[in-house]
Design a protein around this ligand. Structure first.
Ligand code: FAD
Length: 297
């Protein structure tokens, strides 16, 4: 027996934005409503194939009121509070509030996680893609290029390993502040389930390295190397990439994934600048002050 669903208008006014109720109407009543006079004549076939709907002009359009979910907070007050907090943090001097860590604090620009004395021969070869930066931006680029079948990928990274932000920043208690399941990329591809809702920096850094292993990005990587110039060579139809290790490599494509927090900065004001006695690098096993945190250059 075919079933006919009828949209009825006899439901109570729309509540909480719910959709109109679909209900079943007994067959006899159905015929009567659709064909008060000719229901018998049209017979079973018509009622079986055509849903019995109120005629267009008979349908009542009940305006749907806004949902009546009671709020236990005042959204306007909350918005105002967030705006006030935001305004408190916006400073007219912007990035001028920082100064580069040179001179007395120049050691913050050194890599405390790498063994000193590293050297290698300069490279002069050609690759398909050079990616500058080994943080999540560079890793995702590398991973997706591998998935697309690109073989010659070289990631150039100042640090001695992958991880970017999570390579450089290792102060005690560092965790991500976005849920790990959302923040950490390529979890499905690696079959990895974060151990924490807000993962600690070490877990994130290890995940970054796992991505590099999974997608074979260590193969051509150049660590402890800073790209100093990217120049498009029209004659060669290639990028000429120069680094602080004397490399003069070329690439068909270049991707810049250098992030926005690649250099350490210290407060410009002398009053809030740390004294050397209160700061040390994480490698020394003691705490760092916010001045040692890498911030937007
Ligand atoms: C302490 C801290 C905590 C954070 N927590 C969160 C969080 O919880 N949630 C969130 O969403 N975001 C967070 N962020 C923002 C974080 O930076 C991004 O989420 C993300 O990691 C940025 O990735 P990226 O690859 O774009 O840049 P980065 O991770 O900064 O990587 C860029 C890399 O490029 C390298 N590089 C730069 N210039 C050169 C060059 N010329 N040659 C070679 N290498 C170069 C740098 O050494 C660096 O390793 C945090 C940032 C910081 C500093």
């Amino acid at each position: 027996m075919p079933r006919t669903l009828v949209v009825t208008n006899d439901f109570p006014p729309c509540q909480g934005g719910r959709r109109p109720r679909l209900s079943r109407v007994p067959r006899g009543e159905r015929r009567q409503r659709r064909h008060p006079a000719g229901g018998q004549r049209l017979g079973r076939r018509l009622t079986a194939v055509a849903p019995i709907l109120p005629r267009r002009h008979e349908r009542k359009r009940t305006p749907c009121p806004p949902p009546h979910t009671p709020l236990d907070f005042d959204p306007d007050a909350l918005r105002a509070r967030y705006r006030a907090e935001r305004d408190r943090r916006i400073r007219p001097d912007g990035n001028r509030q920082y100064r580069r860590t040179t001179g007395e604090f120049g050691h913050f620009d050194e890599d405390p996680h790498a063994e000193p004395g590293f050297t290698r021969e300069p490279l002069t070869d050609h690759v398909d893609v050079v990616v500058v930066g080994g943080g999540f931006g560079g890793l995702l680029t590398g991973a997706r290029l591998r998935q697309a079948g690109v073989r010659g990928i070289r990631i150039i990274e100042k640090g001695a390993d992958f991880g970017g932000t999570w390579y450089w920043n290792r102060y005690p208690g560092i965790h991500c502040d976005i849920e790990s399941y959302v923040y950490m990329p390529l979890l499905e591809e690696l079959g990895y389930v974060p151990k924490w809702k807000y993962a600690p920096g070490e877990e994130i850094r290890e995940h970054a390295q796992a991505i590099a292993r999974h997608f074979d990005l260590y193969r051509d990587a150049c660590f402890r190397t800073q790209a100093t110039e990217l120049r498009w060579d029209e004659d060669e139809s290639a990028w000429a990439v120069t680094t602080d290790r004397g490399d003069r490599m070329t690439a068909r494509h270049v991707v810049v994934a250098t992030g926005c927090s690649a250099s350490p900065n210290s407060p410009a004001s002398k009053a809030s600048r740390p004294s050397r006695a209160t700061c040390s690098t994480p490698a020394a096993g003691t705490t760092t002050t916010p001045a040692a945190t890498r911030t937007a250059a």
